[in-house]
Design a protein around this ligand. Structure first.
Ligand code: ADP
Ligand code: ASP
Ligand code: MG
Length: 419
């Protein structure tokens, strides 16, 4: 008998029929003798609908109340899944984040899980129940409802698996695993049987929304065995999906590049004509940091006659605010010539641990983009990733061209294996 945590995404819970299907899958695992904790997401589109409704009523609504509203979609789902299970004769009990409780900090809309109290869940499991826990939500110290950021039920699932020391956390979604690129953009994308934790962390942070980044962080910290699977296969399917691994097994299939991620969430800002002297980066980015705006890529150009240009990217939602801070506070102070911005950019990234041992990946990437006439606006690299910023309208083309050039549609052969 194993203890398994299963998380089902919005599409998997998208209709009464889909919910009954999820219940049948849970029933199968129960009949196989496993203990189950299930985290169903809000029905697809529901969280968006709730957020839009809140904005319509009050565009300046407080973050605390928005979380009260946004969390209800997931509450409806736990009730619906529990009654679907009961209809099959499976004992089930639902819990909101508050009832578990799942304790978080009070950063509304992006709260972090601090602790999960296991008592209620353990008791119900011992009594033979399937425990159905609402994803995406928790409760702060003062008793207020919090939400964990979009896609946050992945994190609820993995955090529960960590707290309960579950044997496995299964993330059921509308694709049958982690692919070399989003299969909606690259139809030739190939499913990976395994992906290393480090690669998954990069892919998730660079835009592959198949797993929320914090869920991957949890998996790494507590060594949770996470598998990504489809809920659209036959309930008795033995498909294994994609397993996130922690060991770099020499014998494992291992390509130089594991995947391509993309992200349209950023905007680029350039401060023109600033004096090239100590303290300039701090003068520009200090007020941005003080306003709690995260900066991703940064570039400072070579200077001519003591003057330079300074570019960086921020989340698109923070673009206007960052521009205002620069115009009103930074520009007069450092006497910059001007500030220009572009919120129609996209970041495309190659990810693979094989990059550590292979030179020339970045230059091949740049060559491929040049051959298509795609201008690279910014570049950033780390040990296992190379990212470029391009005009948003070339993003899909860039992803497809790179997928082809690096032959990600083909299983890695001996030649391309890591030495
Ligand atoms: P859920 O509602 O189940 O949480 P999401 O929409 O959050 O589902 O995540 C699944 C989606 O992630 C897929 O439908 C797919 O379009 C997208 N995706 C992006 N990158 C990848 C990738 N590398 N592999 C698989 N899916 C990906
Ligand atoms: N329902 C939440 C959202 O739409 C959480 C999730 O789906 O993971 O973001
Ligand atoms: Mg998701």
């Amino acid at each position: 008998m194993s203890l398994i945590v299963q998380k089902y995404g919005g599409t998997s819970m998208g209709s009464p029929e889909r919910i009954r299907e999820v219940a049948r899958r849970v029933e199968r695992f129960v009949k196989e003798g496993h203990q189950l904790v299930v985290v169903p997401s809000a029905m697809s589109g529901e969280t968006n609908r709730l957020l839009a409704l809140a904005r319509e009523v009050n565009p300046d609504a407080s973050a605390r109340e928005i979380d009260v509203i946004a969390s209800t979609g997931d509450q409806v789902s736990i009730g619906l899944l529990s009654i679907a299970l009961q209809k099959l004769g499976v004992k089930a009990r639902s819990y909101t984040g508050y009832q578990v409780p799942i304790r978080t900090d009070n950063a509304y809309s992006k709260a972090r899980i601090l602790a999960i109290e296991e008592g209620n869940i353990r008791r119900d499991l011992a009594a033979g129940h399937v425990v159905v826990v609402a994803g995406f939500q928790g409760v702060d110290e003062g008793g207020s409802i919090t939400t964990l950021g979009r896609g946050g039920s992945d994190t609820t699932g993995v955090a529960l698996a960590a707290a309960l020391k579950a044997d496995e956390c299964q993330i059921y979604t509308d694709v049958d695993g982690v692919y070399t690129a989003d299969p909606r953009i690259v139809p030739e994308a190939r499913r990976l049987d395994t992906v290393t934790f480090e690669e998954m962390l990069e892919l998730a942070s660079l835009g592959s929304k198949v797993l929320q980044i914090r869920s991957v962080e949890f998996a790494g910290k507590y060594k949770v065995k996470v598998r990504v699977l489809s809920s659209f296969t036959d309930v008795h399917s033995t498909d294994m999906g994609t397993l996130i691994t922690f060991e770099e097994d020499e014998n494992m299939e291992q390509a130089i590049i594991s995947g391509i991620a993309f992200n349209r969430d950023e905007a680029k800002i350039t401060v023109l004509g600033v004096p090239d002297r100590p303290g300039i980066a701090f003068a520009i980015l200090g007020p941005i940091a003080d306003a709690n705006i995260d900066v991703d890529m940064i570039i400072q150009n070579a200077s001519t006659e003591g003057m330079t240009d300074f570019s960086f990217t921020v989340h698109r939602n923070e673009y206007q605010r960052a521009m205002q801070i620069l115009e009103s506070r930074v520009k007069p102070e450092i006497k910059a010539r001007g500030i220009v911005g572009d919120d129609r950019i996209a970041k495309v990234s190659l990810v693979g641990i094989g990059m550590r041992t292979h030179a020339g990946i970045a230059s091949k990437m740049f060559g491929c983009l040049a051959a298509e006439g795609i201008n690279i606006q910014m570049i950033s690299t780390s040990e296992i990733k190379t990212s470029v910023v391009v005009d948003e309208k070339y993003m899909e083309l860039a992803v497809r061209v790179l997928h082809k050039a690096f032959e990600l549609d083909k299983a890695p052969d001996q030649e391309k294996m890591r030495p």
